[in-house]
Design a protein around this ligand. Sequence first.
Ligand code: CTP
Length: 406
Amino acid sequence: MTNALQNRRILLVISGGIAAYKSLDLIRRLREAGAEVRCVLTQGGAQFVTPLSVAALSEDKVYSDLWSLTDEAQMGHIRLSREADLVLVAPASANMIGKMAQGLADDLASTILLATDKPVMIAPAMNVMMWTHAAVQANIKTLQQRGVKILGPASGLMACGEEGEGRMLEVADILAAVAAHFSVAGSLGGKRALVTSGPTFEPLDPVRFIGNRSSGKQGHAIAKALYAQGAETILVTGPTALPDPAGIKTIRVQTAQEMLAACEASLPVDVAVCAAAVADWRPSEMSDEKLKKGAAKAVLELAKNADILATLAKAGNRRPRLVVGFAAETNDMLKNASEKLVRKNCDWLVANDVGSGKVFNQDDNEVTLLRRDGKGQTQSDAWPRQSKDQVARALVEEIVSFFKTA
Ligand code: CTP
């Protein structure tokens, strides 16, 4: 996280939903990042978290009553709505979203949301059927058109036991989106970034494919770190179990050919980071029907896929200013990676040893950053083993310095 949140004043509206328990952590994390957090708790919100917990974590009074004479005398709803840099509604219940869309003002939270002249972000949280209901979707569209930023929701298992879209985004993702909001004019503000992530699946027939073990964790973390530094970020990802990161334009693809097409359609960008584990080969033909095991022996004919990294790094006026590749090696890592750096004409290469289950699907990574210095020499920096999020942030710090000095 950058210091984008330092001294930012955030008015957090907590409306009614089980996800309100996560808002307690959100308050703590926002404050740890340097923000001042003032909280408004709706009647519904107070069914899930107590005013005392909210007050203790925010170290401030909790506001909840529009009609309280003392509150209004100390800090009226108009002042509350103006003395903030951002109004964040988390969780945003279906009811709260409906009131916002309709312009209702029947409690303190909805009155503030109507009176504010500040940017508003909401993190919806509700049951999947409620979220997909046409009424809620129409309200969301109305809010989007008015410039409200919608964070999530995420998919997964819900407190009610059902599964699907509607969970409130994880606190870390809300935090990243809020930080990104404040750092738009920050280090990578005005820059466009493209990231590839995850594996590709190359179909053999309607049920089988050739794939690999990439989880997408590293690529997704890099996209989030670029976004957190204010870059307009496009993530082109193969099939992964990861949710689409908030605020990032995410294009989901299956095959290498689709990934290449999505990347080319995203140009021009200032920086491209190719972290995807792209299949080098695809079955020459895809059978429309499931292949039968009939024969005792089968020979599979493969066709070569285009190299996405090398294609993006090809000299030309659409070449990104900075092209960063990854090298997954199981042996002679530095030698192979240095050759790959030159062969693919990229500027930097993040090399990692993927032998014996050390990287794929793990949460941490040990990498060496190779850079071409323009005089035909390659410099290498070995980084300690650290989480993939830390690797992402460290890489993005290098990208920030590159653009500062470029
Ligand atoms: N890459 C790509 N398109 C491909 C193959 C690889 O964009 N068709 C990119 C990867 O995203 C990564 C880099 O190239 O940034 C290196 O990938 P890696 O699998 O290490 O190298 P390969 O080119 O596949 O070479 P080899 O398998 O021979 O080591």
